[in-house]
Design a protein around this ligand. Structure first.
Ligand SMILES: [Zn+2]
Length: 311
């Protein structure tokens, strides 16, 4: 069974300004490394389509979608910039990029549901897990994973899906959208204290939040995952597993202070894959979130993909 990678050149063009860590070179680093290692031969690359408005409105309020679309369309015409917060800046290319990023997640979900692949990875930006139902924040505009999860539930006939978030930052936007939606179980770990400062008190019973202090390393995180994620995921028996795949918990990443290395991402991906194999016919849709040290990001994504593609 092949593993699909959804991406698009327009995701690269979204630009939040000189020196911003969430930059187009992140995608270049990933694709260059996949080519250099020959791993690209084990993957099937597809262009991410543009997302439908209806798909966005399953995770975001219609008001938010309308306002964001209007703002981004205006920037396409004027070529100006708009700051949603000091770190979340839209430019003329942002509209197409956010539509491709969410469109990738939806298309990946449909492809995996149709049995075209067991797993799909979305090499897209902007990331999504800080985008709440009503707000852009933390480099995120649309919540790609939440949009895809709701698409699987509302349009593809699934009753239960899991979201696994291993980004160093708490996925506050995803939690805001899916808290108390009993069709979704979200499990995550994140550094605390760290941006955005949320997550220590879960907003719903369908959340397994593991805040960990700075300088936590792989062995401790593996224990926590075995103790807290795996039993809840097995009890929930998801029919599909979504991953908010952020690689900024890597030891070399300067946006967080956790100590993961490639072997930890391999181990975590393997545990997630086992859950998907046990309950979900192996169905996994993984979406890129953070990861800002270009070398560590590229190597970690390759490790993640090697497990998903079983190569
Ligand atoms: Zn992050």
């Amino acid at each position: 069974m092949p593993t699909l990678v959804f991406t698009h050149p327009e995701c690269r063009l979204h630009d939040m300004g000189r020196g911003h860590p969430e930059c187009g070179q992140r995608l270049d680093a990933i694709t260059d490394h996949l080519r250099a290692t020959g791993l690209d031969a084990a993957l099937i690359f597809r262009d991410a389509p543009l997302v439908d408005r209806e798909a966005l409105c399953r995770a975001h309020s219609a008001n938010y979608v309308n306002e964001l679309e209007a703002t981004l369309q205006e920037l396409e015409v004027t070529g100006e910039h708009h700051a949603f917060d000091p770190d979340t800046i839209a430019c003329a290319h942002t509209h197409r990029a956010v539509q491709r990023a969410a469109g990738a997640a939806v298309a990946a979900t449909e492809a995996v549901m149709r049995g075209e692949a067991r797993a799909a990875f979305c090499a897209v930006r902007p990331p999504g897990h800080h985008a709440t139902r009503d707000n852009a924040m933390g480099f995120c505009f649309y919540n790609n994973v939440a949009v895809a999860a709701r698409h699987a539930l509302d349009m593809m006939g699934l009753q239960r899906v899991a979201i696994v978030d291993f980004d160093v930052h708490h996925g506050n936007g995803t939690e805001d959208i899916i808290a108390n939606d009993e069709r979704v179980l979200m499990v995550s770990f994140f550094q605390h204290p760290l941006y955005p400062g949320t997550g220590t008190r879960p907003l719903g019973d369908n959340m397994v939040n593991l805040p960990v202090p700075p300088y936590t390393r792989g062995p401790e995180l593996r224990k926590l995952i075995e103790q807290h994620w795996v039993p809840r995921l097995d009890a929930f028996a998801p029919q599909m597993v979504f991953i908010s795949a952020g690689f900024d918990a890597h030891r070399e990443d300067e946006l967080g202070q956790l100590g993961l290395v490639e072997a930890d991402y391999e181990w975590i991906t393997q545990r997630i894959k086992e859950v998907a194999d046990r309950h979900a016919q192996g169905r996994i849709v993984s979406c890129l979130e953070g990861g800002y040290n270009l070398g560590a990001l590229a190597r970690s994504v390759a490790t993640h993909l090697r497990v998903l593609a079983e190569v």
